[in-house]
Write a protein that binds this ligand. Structure first.
Ligand SMILES: [Zn+2]
Length: 200
């Protein structure tokens, strides 16, 4: 495999990128000047080095000073009574940007495919359970499941609902002003606001 093909393979692994687009990325980089490509190449390990995952919510963040949690988990003005479960950081960011939710989050890391038994491979179940136990003593009462409206998202919501029901927590699923198959990440602020209001 030559290096052009190798680089194409790397880009093919990016979410939503097919072989044709991957090749286009390679040629795009070849057209850019050396400063651009050098900066890009240096930035990747630098970002990796700076960014850590929050030990509570598992979102990515850049630690400031002696802070051991992300800014959301360490904020004193967040509502301790609700915990919103999202699949990815980008979903969390979409909800934060809508400025309609004041509780805490948990980033599940993905969704659970239908008929899949190896749960921990797809979602951070153990970590979620540890956080729920910790937050229940701090007044947690409701889990809001905010996953994409597709078969894997629905399957994960069903699984989590079954799993948590005996613990005396309210479990609600984010209402959908979103049509089937639409993604939280791309929902606008009004849609998220309505979905939150219509959770059930
Ligand atoms: Zn956090």
């Amino acid at each position: 495999m030559n290096d052009i093909d190798k680089l194409t393979e790397y880009f093919k692994e990016f979410p939503g990128i097919g072989p044709r687009q991957a090749k286009r990325f390679v040629y795009f980089l070849l057209r850019k000047n050396a400063r651009y490509t050098n900066e890009l190449a240096e930035l990747i390990p630098r970002v990796r080095k700076q960014v850590v995952t929050c030990p509570d919510c598992f979102r990515y963040y850049v630690p400031q000073g002696t802070q051991t949690n992300c800014a959301i988990c360490s904020a004193s003005d967040r509502q301790p009574s609700t915990l919103m479960i999202v699949a990815r950081d980008t979903d969390l960011e979409a909800v934060e940007k809508s400025d309609t939710y004041e509780g805490n989050y948990f980033v599940l890391g993905g969704t659970l495919p239908v008929l899949e038994d190896d749960i921990q491979k797809y979602i951070r179940l153990r970590e979620l359970e540890a956080l729920i136990a910790k937050r229940q003593t701090a007044g947690l009462r409701e889990l809001i499941i905010a996953l994409n409206a597709n078969p894997d998202g629905d399957n994960t919501a069903r699984f989590l609902k079954q799993k948590r029901t005996p613990l005396g927590l309210i479990i609600s699923i984010l209402g959908r002003g979103l049509s089937t198959g639409s993604e939280l990440e791309y929902a606008d602020s009004d849609t998220i606001k309505n979905a939150l209001k219509n959770r059930a």
